[in-house]
Design a protein around this ligand. Structure first.
Ligand code: APR
Length: 263
């Protein structure tokens, strides 16, 4: 494993190596993202120096705590959603969308619920932790845009399903909940076929999501990690880039376009 810090020359050299690996993989590659890809859009991550879990106890986002204190959790979620819904994609999101448009990656597997990959133009986005802008009934599975339920919560009214009267919950996956099966299946399909996987902005501490890049690397894919902090898979990576995703990924795109003669 080679570690590269924010040194212009070294970053360019690393970007060239990642671009060459992507071109060589002929499209059998994917990007795996976490909250760190969205911090440059103003959305805090969870475990970084100013991470969310330093302000809000993560226990409040377990499914058990939600059942016991639904209105409190809805109110907490409301605050987070407000900070998320105004955010715009940053250079990292656009670079990932460009790699897909160039045919160098199959798509992006994300743990994020902020919808910024889609907003940046990524087409194949696999959301392992659901979407932040939906609500779901825990009884009958009715789903709906979350907006009108946040209005009820602001008025102190607990969101109840219009179909069966069951408790409505933000559709983002809470701790202790199953991940969406279809998303998991699609993510592991990418992991099994990949010859290159790039992890961007994730501490790789939450399972089963973190199993996706691990599975790809165990099956022989070359692993590249772009993350300011340490991750649990650094030891498996060809290169670990300790730089901001928004600075590094556009360098990879530039090198890839040069190699493809698309500059
Ligand atoms: N560029 C590169 N890395 C960054 C940047 C950036 N601009 N900003 C932050 N990081 C890194 C941090 O150093 C940190 O290691 O991104 C990582 C984000 O890790 P976490 O905060 O643990 O977020 P994530 O890995 O997505 O968490 C996974 O945990 O809380 C649950 O469901 C939640 O989806 C989330 C899951």
């Amino acid at each position: 494993m080679r570690e590269v810090r924010e040194d212009k020359e070294l970053l360019l050299e690393a970007a060239r190596e990642v671009a060459e690996a992507l071109v060589e993989a002929g499209g059998n590659a994917f990007v795996f993202t976490g909250a760190g890809v969205s911090t440059e859009s103003g959305i805090p991550d969870f475990r970084g120096p100013s991470g969310l879990w330093r302000r809000i106890p993560p226990e409040k986002f377990t499914i058990e705590y939600f059942h016991a204190n639904p209105l409190e959790v809805w109110r907490l979620y409301s605050e987070l959603y407000r900070s998320m819904s105004g955010a715009k994609p940053n250079e990292a999101h656009y670079a990932i969308a460009r790699l897909e448009a160039l045919g160098l990656i199959q798509g992006v597997v994300t743990q994020n619920i902020d919808g910024l990959h889609q907003a940046a133009g990524s087409r194949n986005v696999i959301e392992l932790h659901g979407s932040g802008s939906r609500a779901v009934c825990l009884e009958c599975g009715f789903t709906d845009s979350i907006e009108r339920w946040l209005v009820k919560v602001a008025g102190g009214v607990l969101p109840r399903c219009p179909v069966c009267g069951g408790l409505m919950k933000p559709a983002a996956v809470f701790f202790g909940e199953e991940l969406p099966r279809e998303a998991l299946r699609r993510a592991f399909d990418l992991a099994h076929a990949a010859r290159v996987v790039i992890v961007v902005g994730s501490s790789l501490t939450v399972y089963p999501a973190a199993l996706v890049p691990e599975e790809a690397a165990r099956r022989g894919a070359r692993l590249y990690i772009v993350n300011l902090g340490e991750t649990s898979l650094d030891w498996m990576a060809e290169i670990v880039v300790r730089a901001r995703a928004g600075s590094f990924l556009p360098l990879v795109v530039g090198e890839a376009e040069r190699l493809l003669g698309r500059g």
